[in-house]
Design a protein around this ligand. Structure first.
Ligand code: SF4
Ligand code: SF4
Length: 288
């Protein structure tokens, strides 16, 4: 900046700013999804569904917030190159291995419209058995929440129109249904079909809380007497709002929880409970 200011003969606007040393070491934390991100639910459900199906797929990933699915505990991105590549690469992988690979391609809504759609048409045309999971949070979240064609064009209609064998839209916050739908879709792929499952929420978690701030957000808390410290919520759902305490019981940070309800559905001991009207909040979020 100094050099630029000199060349332009102007005063460096940052000259008065100096680095401030703070005596604080942030806790080590891998990159994670935002609290209540619908993609967290989708990756959790995919993990359970593949385990229950007994399949060992190759996950062909893509670029977006959901690239974070490459991290623990999900590890559900084996390939990750550029925007919209997951379908085409997945297809190539299937044919390149002479059909020995079960492929699950993961793509977002804006990346689908950016470059995934031509590959979907080719997957149908080339009769490529694969499961395509489209994570539809209605915006291009990674770059700031810009709108994209999802608000005008229904992805399910497109998939049906191009001849996809199995097409379903499911709410990622409906954990049991989402898992069952994914398992059904994998069975279609096993039989040689192309399956598309659209994981659709009304909006990204950041958008939802921004729009309804102060009004509808419902939070969840852990009942310490009911919690058995099994660790399922903080180890497998891995929402950053859920923290293990020293006694391994879970605690939910009320400043971070946005009330997606996923951890409550997953807890086998019903130890995670809502504060406020969950149904209204989730409905509002679904319809935004
Ligand atoms: S409800 Fe649970 S999973 Fe959802 S944001 Fe709150 S703590 Fe995280
Ligand atoms: S899943 Fe339920 S019982 Fe297990 S640690 Fe979390 S809150 Fe406690």
């Amino acid at each position: 900046m100094d050099g630029l200011s000199k060349a332009l003969d102007i005063v460096n606007p940052l000259a008065s700013l100096r680095a401030v040393k703070v005596d604080y070491t942030p806790p080590p934390r891998p990159p994670v999804f935002c609290p209540g991100c619908p993609h967290t639910a989708s990756f959790y459900e995919l993990k359970v569904a593949t385990a229950k199906s007994g399949v060992k797929p190759v996950f062909s990933g893509d670029i977006g917030c959901y690239s974070l699915g490459i991290n623990n505990p999900f590890n559900e991105q084996d390939l990750l190159t550029d925007m919209g590549s997951s379908l085409g690469l997945g297809m190539g992988l299937y044919h390149g291995t002479n059909g020995r690979t079960m492929v699950i391609s993961i793509i977002g809504d804006s990346t689908f419209f950016h470059a995934g759609l031509p590959a979907l048409v080719n997957a149908v045309y080339n009769k490529t058995p694969m499961l395509i999971l489209i994570l539809d949070n209605r915006v291009t979240a990674m770059t700031g929440g810009q709108p994209n064609p999802t608000s005008m064009i229904n992805i399910e209609d497109i998939a049906k129109a191009v001849g996809v064998d199995y097409v379903r839209t499911i709410d990622p916050f409906d954990v049991k249904n989402a898992q069952e739908t994914m398992i059904e879709a994998m069975n279609v792929v096993r039989k040689g079909g192309v399956a598309v499952v659209v994981m659709k929420r009304g909006g990204c978690a950041l958008e939802a809380t921004r729009l309804f701030r102060g009004g509808y957000v419902t939070r969840y808390y852990v009942d310490p007497d009911a919690c058995k410290a099994c660790g399922i919520c903080y180890n497998l759902v891995a929402c950053p709002a859920i923290v293990p305490l020293e006694n391994r019981k879970a605690w939910i940070d009320p400043n971070m929880c946005v009330g997606c309800s996923v951890c409550a559905q997953v807890c086998p001991y019903n130890a995670i409970k809502p504060e406020g009207n969950v149904r209204d909040w989730l409905k509002k979020w679904a319809e935004m």
